[in-house]
Ligand binder design. Structure first.
Ligand code: SAJ
Length: 421
């Protein structure tokens, strides 16, 4: 553990990244004010509870609150450093930076000489410099950095998170991080902050490269998944088992194909490549096509389900379709941008079958599913399989490992994850 020079840090945005970052810093002895616009989230955290599911986060949060190192509030308080970790959604072909702007506006009144501000939110290149200009306009009494003015009162940097949901508390500490200061001194100040809890390498660069690095990492993965998804459709056409094919191809020492699925979900990989497309539309042809391939995969799965339903109805049945999993990926409780949820909602909307929905991470039907009369949440998976005519594997949660292939005998099985292939 490093000696703590930054004694008080304000973390703005207590979501999937901000809250874990706040509690890890608190566990290293830093006094944290965590800020969130939601009063319910603030109250919950101040009771030592969490509003998201992530392994061990509940215990570490409870401890940080109990020892008085973490306090949540709806407004920022003066601190030595500010970390901004708020959402940057993408609507209608444009990044929505309004939350970053609101966060910057909220810290402006409490900023003082010597403070450090780090933006962590995924952002198009140029966002951190625009935030610095916004802060300069709001606080003309403080000199903010620019790429050619090293001498400043407040240091500003960009440092993207790269943690994997489900492994956040481990990866937050162990992963290498890229730090891009607006000036060299800004990078050095941000490095001090991340050294408090990171054991990985802290790699310093300029601010735009750091912003682009985050987008590049997620686009790289999106393109890889698009390759696997395209391959699965090609193999369906050619009558080849894509899962076996990928297993075999991956024995080549320089081939490592990812896994096909029902589409790409979550708030990162399905979104971030669009930031690159927005910044350089003519030049990002492969990145755009990968997005389109992955976004098209739920429709392809839906066609298969529709064909299976038509088959059952043609022999007079009102079929029962069981979908397994709604989360955007295995073993998380996150339904944001989930292709599985999109697929289940569309099947429900058709009203051509009774839809049995299983999701180990939900007590009640999420999203629009609850509004449909032909949809039923099921918790006993074995019983639901016994009832169903058609079984659709959408999310290979560990809880489904217990399903024995024999239980599926006589069912139409649509396995988007290769669990039984
Ligand atoms: N998926 C596949 N096939 C695969 C791998 C994933 O279909 O072989 C699907 C998943 O089911 C899911 C989606 O892709 O729907 C994304 O899942 P993921 O596990 O690849 O990534 P995320 O969104 O949970 O986290 C990513 C990570 N980025 C990279 O791996 C480059 C993580 O490190 C980032 O911190 C995170 O995005 C983020 O916050 O940006």
């Amino acid at each position: 553990m490093s000696d703590v020079k930054l004694k008080a840090i304000c973390v703005v945005g207590l979501g999937y990244i901000g809250l874990p970052t706040a509690v890890v810093l608190a566990s290293r002895g830093v006094s944290i004010v965590g800020v969130d616009v939601s009063e319910a989230v603030v109250a919950k955290i101040n009771r030592g509870q969490v509003h998201i599911v992530e392994p061990d986060l509940d215990a570490v949060t409870a401890r940080a609150v109990q020892v008085g190192k973490l306090h949540a509030a709806t407004k920022p308080a003066p601190a030595d450093a500010f970390i901004i970790a708020v959402p940057t959604p993408f609507h209608d072909g444009k990044a929505d930076l309004s939350y970053v702007e609101a966060a910057a506006a909220s810290i402006a009144p409490v900023l003082k000489r010597g403070d450090l501000v780090v933006l962590e939110s995924t952002s198009p290149p140029g966002t951190t410099e625009r935030m610095a200009a916004q802060l300069a306009a709001l606080r003309p009494d403080l000199r903010m950095p620019t790429s050619d003015v090293e001498d400043c009162d407040v240091h500003i940097a960009y440092c993207p998170e790269r943690v994997l949901p489900g492994r956040v508390l481990v990866e937050l500490v162990e992963n290498d991080r890229v730090i891009g200061g607006i000036t060299v001194k800004c990078s050095a100040r941000a490095e001090e902050l991340y050294r408090i809890f990171c054991t990985g390498s802290l790699l310093k660069t300029n601010v735009r490269t750091a912003e682009m690095c985050k987008l590049t990492e997620n686009s790289f993965r999106d393109v890889g998944i698009a390759f696997a998804n395209e391959l699965s459709i090609v193999c369906d056409k050619l009558g080849i088992n894509v899962w076996e094919l990928i297993r075999l191809a991956n024995h080549h020492p320089r081939v490592n194909i990812l896994q096909p699925g029902p589409g790409v979900g979550g708030h990162c990989i399905a979104v971030d490549p669009w930031f690159i497309v927005e910044a350089a539309p003519q030049e990002s042809r492969l990145i755009r096509t990968a997005r389109e391939v992955n976004d098209g995969k739920p429709s392809y799965v839906l066609e298969k389900i529709k064909t299976a339903i038509a088959g059952a109805r043609s022999v007079g049945a009102y079929p029962k379709v069981l979908t397994l999993g709604l989360a955007f990926k295995p073993d998380v409780d996150d339904f944001r941008e989930s292709p599985a949820l999109e697929i289940a909602e569309e099947v429900a909307r058709w009203n051509l079958c009774e839809l049995l929905v299983s999701e180990p991470f939900a007590e009640l039907l999420p999203g629009k599913l609850a509004t449909h009369k032909n949809v039923r949440m099921v918790h006993d998976v074995a019983q639901a399989i016994a009832e169903a005519h058609i079984v659709v594997m959408l999310v290979n949660h560990r809880a489904y490992n217990e399903i024995a292939p024999a239980e599926l005998n006589g069912k139409v099985v649509i396995d988007t994850r290769g669990v039984w292939s």
